[in-house]
Design a protein around this ligand. Structure first.
Ligand code: ADP
Ligand code: MN
Ligand code: MN
Ligand code: MN
Length: 336
């Protein structure tokens, strides 16, 4: 008889943007290492991962953290989806990142991801008047007060939960559009960044659920003169972080400019609605990098300019991007 609850979390086959799924298994605990967590399965025909007659998919545990919601010895388990024979399912983007991270491990790549998202109640962003619009953007970014920020209780509870789970959480802020927020994960290595961002997203949905609020990662949740939602991806290698590393940062920006379309292809669906050239973005049809410039595709941040070494910020990924794909693309382009 098992004695702990393991929440098995995986990424489904939904197109064009995959969604998170999870279910609970009672297992023997406490768990000390990931290989002690049993392999499990699910009905792939209900998750767009299999046809009806041959619908078994395998859940292969690859990462786990303490469950901050159920507490005790209970755990959250990130899984890769595999075919019944254990081979990689086509929806599984993690395996390839693991291979690329291993291949370029001497570069010691780090990632810090800024996850923007928007709270909705029914069809309106949280805090917006029913069927109408709030005052124009301006006072809301990093605002304080009941007339400017909406959902702080959820945001605080989410931050606590992520920290308790041991996620390398690095901060939060209220965003430019009311009802929109950001949290940051990192800097950490590529595979951890991907696993931890997916788990932090799951915790966000799960905690907001308690409040009857839903969090969306749509890159342009409200059309018109309202900021979209991105997932700026901050990236560095060992050479970038060393003295004089800004030269390596600039070389990486040049390499990224030659692969703009390939990167955009894996930077999230509906991103063209967000990357318009307005609202602190560079047009999706252009590539530009610059120091301190929030209207560029890639920004070399102030701290990096001042220190002469550090990291770059790829501002193109949208909020709904798959971090396994984005981290793999950045390593491949910048380290090859
Ligand atoms: P912004 O000014 O763009 O809003 P944030 O403070 O929101 O920046 O996010 C910056 C992110 O960059 C953080 O997650 C931080 O941990 C990460 N970061 C800092 N240094 C590095 C580095 N050397 N390599 C990769 N990421 C880094
Ligand atoms: Mn930020
Ligand atoms: Mn932001
Ligand atoms: Mn940013």
């Amino acid at each position: 008889m098992g004695n702990i609850k393991a929440e098995y979390i995986w990424i489904d086959g939904h197109q064009p943007t995959a969604k998170l799924r999870s279910k609970t298994k009672i297992i023997d605990g406490p768990i000390s290492s990931v290989d002690k967590i049993p392999i499990w399965g699910f009905d792939g025909s209900s998750t767009m991962q299999a046809e009806g007659t041959d619908s078994d998919c395998m859940l292969k545990p690859v990462y786990f953290v303490p469950d901050p919601i159920r507490s005790g010895d209970n755990i959250l388990v990130m899984n890769e989806v595999c075919l019944p024979d254990g081979s990689v399912h086509k929806s599984n983007t993690r395996t390839r990142l693991v291979e690329i991270a291993e291949k370029y491990k001497d570069h010691d790549p780090w990632f810090g991801i800024e996850q923007e998202y928007t709270f909705f109640i029914g069809r309106s962003p949280l805090g917006w008047p029913e069927g109408g619009y709030p005052a124009p953007q301006g006072p809301f970014y990093c605002g304080v007060g009941a007339d400017e920020v909406f959902g702080r209780d959820i945001v605080e509870e989410h931050m606590e939960a992520c920290l308790e789970a041991g996620i390398a959480f690095s901060g939060i802020n209220a965003e430019v559009m009311p009802g929109q927020w950001e949290f940051q994960v990192g800097p950490v290595g590529a595979t951890d960044a991907g696993d931890q961002l997916w788990l932090a997203r799951w915790l966000l949905y799960r905690i907001a659920e308690e409040y009857g609020v839903n969090a969306t990662l749509h890159p342009k949740p409200v059309k018109g003169d309202w900021n979209g939602a991105g997932a700026h991806t901050n990236f560095s290698t060992k050479a970038m972080r060393e003295n004089g590393g800004i030269k390596v940062v600039e070389a990486a920006c040049e390499a990224l400019g030659k692969k703009h379309e390939e990167h955009i292809a894996v930077y999230g669906a509906h991103n063209e609605e967000r990357l318009t050239g307005l609202h602190e973005t560079c047009s999706i049809h252009e590539f530009r990098y610059d120091k301190n410039d929030r209207g560029a595709s890639i920004r070399i941040p102030m701290a990096t300019v001042n220190a002469g070494c550090g990291y770059l910020e790829d501002r193109r990924p949208s909020a709904n991007m798959d971090p396994y794909l984005v981290c793999a693309a950045l390593i491949e382009t910048c380290c090859a």
